[in-house]
Each structure stands twice: as structure tokens, then as C-alpha cells.
Design a binder for this molecule. Sequence first.
Ligand SMILES: [Zn+2]
Ligand SMILES: [Zn+2]
Length: 446
Amino acid sequence: MAFQAPRGTTDLLPPQAHALDRIQRIACSVFGLYGYGLIETPAFEQLDVFVRGIGQDTDVVGKEMFHVLSPGALAKQAEGAPLRPDDVLALRPEQTASVARAAVQHGLVPPDGATVKLWYRGTMFRAERPQKGRLREFHQVGAECLGAAGPSADAEAVVMLMHFFEECGIPRGALRLLLNSMGDAACRPAYRSQVRAFILDHAADLCPECVRRADTNPLRAFDCKNEGCRQVLADAPRITDLLCDDCAAHYASVKALLDAARVPYEEDPRLVRGLDYYTRTVFEVQADAGLGSQNALGGGGRYDGLIQEFGGRPTPGLGFAVGLERVQLVLEATGNAPDARPVPAAYLAAVDEDARPVVFALAQELRAAGLAAELDHQGRSLKSQFKQADRSGAPVVLVVGPDERAAGAARMRHMGTHEERTVALDAVVDAVKGECTATQEGDQDR
Ligand SMILES: [Zn+2]
Ligand SMILES: [Zn+2]
């Protein structure tokens, strides 16, 4: 039987892998403008990191995590011996809990109240039913800002997220930024019990899962995909009507700062992000093009209690994560995906065997000058080398034969216009550079 990649995973071949790499580089440069430093955490953690950080009664922890046992765990289980925390692991379904764990473990947030800004990139794992825009191993970039309680930190993170999408090439008009406040420990309990009462009053019209949630986590009912439930819940109490004074003032400031930065948003009182740790500001960016029902590109919010969950000092925090496969789907659907295929600046063709060492050395000279160069390794005829050159997309071909060798030169053929001229070998790098600049300017004119 032929082997295949596991269900819900995908091999990223050169065009797709380059496309994701491009998005990660954009994240690196944009997030750097806002002072974020890169953090890498392990792809697996002790299971309890995610249970603690995300919440037991979430789909992510309850249904979607890949559990990993240490090599000795099965034997210990068979003997009835106790398992240690390092025996029971899980592949990370998201990275915020890992970053919070790392921040506490390494004491990253200083007691003087300074802000620590971290961004990450990597693959996450969720055992969901695979569908478009939803894989079991997928790529995210995300950012976490720890130590800042003020509303400008929330607004800055949202602005940075939208800046990132813009740099990726997604038109602002293709995106919808949804904003809400989820309140805090002072005002959310009252809201939760109002929603609980609402669910129980409408139990006959809601799915069993939503009714069950009334007692475990009523706000999660807003995440129900059932259309009937959504219609009923449209009339549920709104958190924004019940925010305490502090939460209401915080929310108003976030909105005023987004207005000042000219970042358009829609308030959505039904937006309750599916994880337990959020407090106050939550946001989500959606796109209609290319994503179908999985239309969220990314989102996040404030989580002022999370660091304490991991045994740290009370520390405000907030962050977001973005699904890179979804960003790429939107770029493709809106016709904004750049060609990620690597194109050489020049293809080098040898007329005869004696020319091969000359073009080999010339190719190396071009590469040393930062110009991608390609040449034949299969002893092909000149005609067939030209075919390869054409296929490669190189704007120019450099041909070396007996005449050129005698003259210490190469013939440079422009593939678009078929014009040819002779260039001295020591002038080839500058000539190819000139052609690249001319091609780029031509692209901009189009
Ligand atoms: Zn439901
Ligand atoms: Zn409040």
C-alpha cells in the first residue's frame, strides 16, 4: 500500500510553502514595527497546560486535542503505576497557553509593570473533521502583549492585526472586523446567569448541546452553528448592556482609539470567543471570499486572568492568532495572491561541452551577487536548454559558445523581445542586474 499524509494534514509543496513563508515574513516585519519579539515554544506541552489555559469545557480541550503519551506511560498504566505530568502530553492546539506558561516559567514579565510583547509562528494541531480552511495541522502566527492594562494596548493589537492583513495584500474591503467586550469578573457573572436563564426559558427551541451548556458554560451557546439556535439567541441579553463602569469605559476607549486610527469595525454583542480566558475586549476578523463557513481569519482578545492561572503574579494580557492557510485562501479568492514561484534572473546555456565550465562559473558569480541563476545539468542540446530557459521564466539567457569563449564574453538574449547583444564576462553581473530592474519597472507599468 502506498503511504499517504495523515487525514487532515497537507504537504506544502514549493508554491504553497513559499506562500506561507511570505506571510510569516510579513508578520515578522509588521509585528517588529510594534515592538514584538519572536518566541518559540515546544510543539507539545504537558496536557494540563492546555486544560488550565483554555478550559476543560471547551471543544478545543474536550474534543479536539491530540494526546501524546511518553514512551513509558503505557507500561506504567498497565502496571497501575502513577503517571507524571511529563507522561501525559498534548500537541498544542493553540499557542497562547504555551506562551503564558513560558512567560511565568522564565519570569518574563518584570514586577515594575513593563510591557512584554511576544509573537510566534508555528503549526497547531486539532483533531477536527477536516474541511476547507480547517486542517488537523495548520499554521498560525500570533502575538501576545503582557503587562499592559490600558485600552490603547487593545487598540494597538487590533491596528497591528489589520496592518498585517493589509501588508499581506488583502483589501480592507474584503475584511470585517468584529468587536465586543466580554466584561470581567465584576460584571460577567451576572451576565452569565442572565444567559443561563434565557437558555432554560427557551430550552424547547434550542439544541440539546446548548441546553447542556446552560449549566457548564452558557456563553458558549453563542458559538452554536445550529441556525435555529442562532435565531433564538439573537434575542438573548447583550453583555454590552450589563458592563460595569470600568469595563464600559475601557470598551469606549478602545473604540475611540480605533476611530482615531481610522480602522473601521462592527460591534457584535454575540461575539464571545470560544475560550474561557478572555476578559473585556474580544475581536475577530472575518472574510467572505474563499472561506465558506470557516470565515474567521483570526481573532483574539484580552485575558487578564491567564498569567495567574499559571501561577504568575496578576498580569494583564491580550493577544490574537491568525490562520495562515485561511489568509492564503482569501488572497487567492480575491485575486491578490502574488506568484510565489521562484524565477531565476538568468538562465545560462552552453553551446558545447567546453563552454560548460564557463557557464558554471558564471552562474556562481551571479548567485554571489544575489542573482538567482539556473543552468542545465543533463547534457541537453542548446535547443532543449532554451526550452528549459523559457519554462523557468528567466527574463534573459546567457549563451556561451566557441566565439564567446574566444572573445571572453557571453551572448545575452532577452526572452521577451528576442534581442541579443554581446556582453564581456566581467560585465555580465551588471547587465543582468540592469535587466532585472527593467523587468520590475515594466511590471509596475502594467
Ligand atoms: Zn445549539
Ligand atoms: Zn466589568
